[in-house]
Design a protein around this ligand. Structure first.
Ligand code: AP5
Ligand code: ZN
Length: 217
């Protein structure tokens, strides 16, 4: 399946993507994770993206689209993929539509994760991520690691993202409403959007998403 996950920062896209990608045997492609990997490796792309991400703005389309389409062209994504954080504006959505059309492919579903704003702020404030693997995500209150600051899965150090400050989260929410939300109407016009509540336990949200995908698929 070819799926796009949309939702505000902190909705749980990365958390859900990890489970859904495993259940569906497709790669989880997160443009945020790709940028963060470039930052930790000190690449030119990472250097360009860092200040923009720390301020909560979007990295320029020409950089982002090339990076995302390159990743989607890898052999493991031939049979499908789960996109998390891409596309993030209508221009990126049109670029994705055009690239898929050229390959004779199309999206199967766009999952729109809905969470109230005050819950999003709580989720982001408590988020802790493993330095070794961005798929190892914890929350100080909702899913705390057994030992504070240490990843349960691999023993790596847990850290807080530099763009998870309250000020930057407000900016990211603003960018989400003005630039990203319009892609929902773009995909509604194609009959692809499934809106899901992302409230409740992680496993409950995964079950809701799997049910919705079965109906779509
Ligand atoms: P990106 O990394 O995509 O960040 P985001 O969209 O802001 O989303 P987050 O990663 O903050 O949240 P999430 O929804 O994945 O939540 P998570 O599962 O971690 O982008 C970062 C930046 O990169 C952007 O600001 C931009 O600068 C740049 N960028 C990326 N893509 C781009 C693009 N296409 N174009 C241009 N620029 C781009 O969950 C959050 C917390 O909540 C965790 O602690 C988790 O444990 C907890 N949690 C999750 N689900 C639940 C639940 N059901 N109950 C309780 N707690 C939960
Ligand atoms: Zn880890």
């Amino acid at each position: 399946m070819r799926i796009v996950l949309v939702g505000p920062p902190g909705a749980g896209k990365g958390t859900q993507a990890a489970f859904l990608a495993t259940n569906l045997s497709i790669p989880h492609i997160s443009t945020g994770d790709l940028f963060r990997a470039n930052i930790s490796q000190g690449t030119a792309l990472g250097l360009q993206a860092k200040a923009i991400m720390d301020a909560g703005n979007l990295v320029p389309d020409e950089v982002t689209i090339g990076m995302a389409l390159d990743r989607m062209a890898q052999p493991d994504a031939e049979g499908g993929f789960l996109l998390d954080g891409f596309p993030r504006n209508v221009f990126q959505a049109e670029a994705l539509d055009a690239a898929l059309k050229e390959q004779g492919q199309k999206l199967d579903a766009v999952l729109d994760l809905e969470v109230p704003e005050e819950e999003v702020v709580k989720r982001i404030a408590g988020r802790r991520i493993c330095r070794n693997d961005s798929a190892h995500v914890f929350h100080a209150t909702y899913s705390p690691p057994k030992t504070e600051g240490v990843c349960d899965v691999c023993g790596g150090e847990l850290y807080q993202r530099p763009d998870d400050t309250e000020e930057t989260v407000r900016k990211r929410l603003d960018v989400y409403h003005t630039q990203t939300e319009p892609i929902i109407d773009h995909y509604k016009a194609q009959g692809l959007v499934v809106t899901l509540s992302a409230e409740g336990k992680v496993a409950e949200v995964t079950a809701r998403a799997m049910d919705a995908l079965k109906r779509e698929g």
